[in-house]
Design a protein around this ligand. Structure first.
Ligand SMILES: [Zn+2]
Length: 347
């Protein structure tokens, strides 16, 4: 038995003992979990009991943004040793699947992902994970930063899908955690400047503090007008939709330059209308993002090299014993909170 933060059913969390498999395979590592980030998807399972087709039907441990220390290695593990500080990629594909062989294991129908029903997450003191999806952290990175690699990887995947060219002007709609990660990844990926549009000024203040980021408060000025002013009427080279809000999706064609790109990152809860002719009239390229593949090592390299600083986005750190309070605070969705993290007790 192990203690864990368990989502019993929609709206009900418990910090309690639960029986977990304890088999360390030859290619697995056992990790003492150190820090776990609270993600919007965890919160959504808590408040709604489902995301799309994924429905919580039995008690499930939450959490998928984690770092920790290797405490045991399987017989065949070569690249990790006991004591290594690591972060873990939470999606485990079937390595023999057609999608995996194509390098797109994030869309492998057989992928199992932490804290996506019925798979348990990592808010428990120890996890067993495939070594192939466990990444050593450089000495320059803290455990807290290690637990930020997961959300940053989505920003990285978005920047990759955008096919940014050096000097591009980027625009991000929606300044939630993923919008912020995407803006920073777009800058690291070569954008000269990235505009971030939202209606919550506290969020814009947080992301606007970074060099290279300009903010647009859409309560004061429509995003299309602001980006037109900023680009002599031309539009952004790359627009990242990170709000999932229907009006933002409908308004996308007006934000991009002719021949530019739209990257759909945010996930609307229900289907939303799209202005197809608007997209066609500028011959915009539309890309979609679902999680990430083959990106963790690059994300760690950028953070470890000091090119991306995610520390200002960690708003609060609560002890594991206060996990339920951490989730309830995340449900509040304070405009000054970006990422709330949970710190596991010292092993
Ligand atoms: Zn997440």
């Amino acid at each position: 038995m192990a203690e864990a933060l368990v989502l019993e059913r929609k709206g009900e969390l418990a910090l309690r003992d639960i029986a977990l498999p304890d088999q360390l395979g030859p290619q697995d590592v056992r990790i003492a979990v150190h820090t776990v980030g609270v993600c919007g998807s965890d919160v959504h399972f808590y408040t709604h009991g489902k995301i799309g087709p994924f429905v919580v039907k039995e008690p499930m441990i939450l959490g998928h943004e984690a770092s920790g220390t290797v405490v045991q290695t399987g017989a065949d593990v070569q690249h990790l040793k006991v004591g290594d500080r690591v972060c873990m990629e939470p999606g485990i594909p079937d390595p023999t699947s057609r999608a995996s062989r194509l390098g797109i294991y994030n869309v492998d129908p057989a992928v199992t992902f932490w804290a996506t029903p019925p798979v348990h997450g990592c808010l428990t003191p120890h996890v067993i994970h495939p070594a192939a999806f466990t990444f050593k952290l450089p000495d320059t990175m803290s455990f807290a930063e290690g637990a930020m690699v997961e959300p940053f990887a989505i920003g990285m995947q978005s920047a990759l899908r955008a096919r940014i060219q050096p000097g591009d002007v980027g625009l991000v709609t929606g300044a939630g955690p993923i919008g912020m990660m995407t803006a920073l990844a777009a800058l690291a990926g070569g954008c000269a400047k990235v505009y971030v549009a939202d209606l919550a000024q506290p969020k814009l203040d947080i992301i606007g503090a970074y060099d290279g980021i300009e903010t647009i408060n859409i309560r004061q000025q429509p995003a299309a007008e602001a980006i037109a002013e900023a680009t002599d009427g031309w539009g952004a080279d790359v627009v990242f939709e990170c709000s999932g809000a229907a009006p933002a999706v409908l308004g996308l064609p007006a934000l991009a330059r002719p021949g530019g790109a739209i990257v759909l990152v945010g996930m609307p809860v229900d289907p939303v209308p799209v202005d197809i002719v608007g997209l066609q009239a500028k011959e915009l390229r539309v890309e979609t993002v679902f999680r990430y593949a083959n990106i963790y090592d690059r994300a760690i390299a950028l953070i470890g090299a000091g090119k991306v600083d995610l520390k200002p986005l960690i708003s609060a750190t609560l002890p594991f014993s206060d996990s339920v309070a951490a989730f309830d605070r995340a449900v509040e969705a304070r405009e000054t909170d970006v990422k709330i993290q949970i710190r596991m007790p010292e092993a």
